[in-house]
Design a protein around this ligand. Sequence first.
Ligand SMILES: *Cc1c(COP(=O)(O)O)cnc(C)c1O
Length: 396
Amino acid sequence: MQPRDLSDHVAYEAGRGIEEVARELGRDPSEFVKLASNENPHGPSPAAAVALRDAASSVSSYPKAAHADLTAAVADRWSVTDDQIWLANGGDGAIDYLHRATLEPGDDVLVPTPGFAYYGMSARFHHGDVREYGLSRADNFAQTADVVLETSDGERVVWITSPHNPTGSTMPLAEIERLADETDDETLLVVDEAYGEFADRDSAVALIEGRDGYDARDDVAVLRTFSKAYGLAGVRLGYAVVPDEWAEAYARVNTPFAASELACRAGLAALDDEEHVERTVETARESREYMREHIDADARVWESEGNFVLVDVGDASAVAEEMQNRGVIVRDCSSFGLPACIRITCGTDEETERAVETLNDVLADLDVEPDAAGGDDADDGETAVDSDPEAEVSDT
Ligand SMILES: *Cc1c(COP(=O)(O)O)cnc(C)c1O
């Protein structure tokens, strides 16, 4: 017997870890720094690490109280009702829940390209079809309502990533509102704010709740995660904030105890440790400024509101490989459809300085030609295309 026809599906290939790379190159792991998966260079909140240790002895029970407590704490943080918080196994789990709650077989989902691969993967798991809207490199990947509306055509779900991975661009709330107004009545707009803490922008929760002069609406949801600013990628914890009208659906679509006891306890402790998040955000701001100022002027570094920057190095696979040989693991963005670009995660001061120095040396030694002026090697998304599953490899 065989599984169902999965030929439309592709495996998720996560960024490679230090251990794996060191073993392959026959080197010591301590020689490497990994700036490839947008992880927190300061690690988890120390309070969360303590909570994890303390929770270890109670993992024989299902996480009933912890789940309820974390839901209440997150709801409080956003001033919404508990029912509007859909906890999940990572932000990725929340993507699944939103698709489970919306998609009938054959419904369309609209996703950005370049963009985060899991939207499309998840849509296909839920028997949806995937269409793409292009962010144009020539426009510095600007996100406006019109960019999406050019392609949008009655999809059930439209994904906005703000700040956007891997480019760092954002969509202003007024544009998100206009987009929600102009898409079909039955279109849910999901604003993925996985990097929201790092951005100098207001959350789209204001649109759901009708705050700051916006009208409340039932067609926008927001995705958040503990993986990035909170440094809890390893425990897998994220959530969606949904309109009041959607509150009851969660009980019908979630996997029982969506977040584990360990994840919930770590999340509760991390939420209380504001100092850790502030320090993390401050480090990311300094790091991205440093990279913009000090990376060789021939290599374009886009402005970013995330904890990473996108850099045009001319030949991403050659440059990423050589940087890795010299101990700095960065993300080759070829699989995002940006074969000239690498993405560098914001590290500690020391890690950032090492990454910049290594990159500048590699650019000088390899004699590749980055494109500071901004030619157009990427798909600039003039036309709507059915997405090609082969092109979607990963990733965070
Ligand atoms: C990291 C990330 C997520 C969520 O990741 P999880 O680790 O599953 O929480 C969601 N969207 C984008 C764009 C991301 O980069």
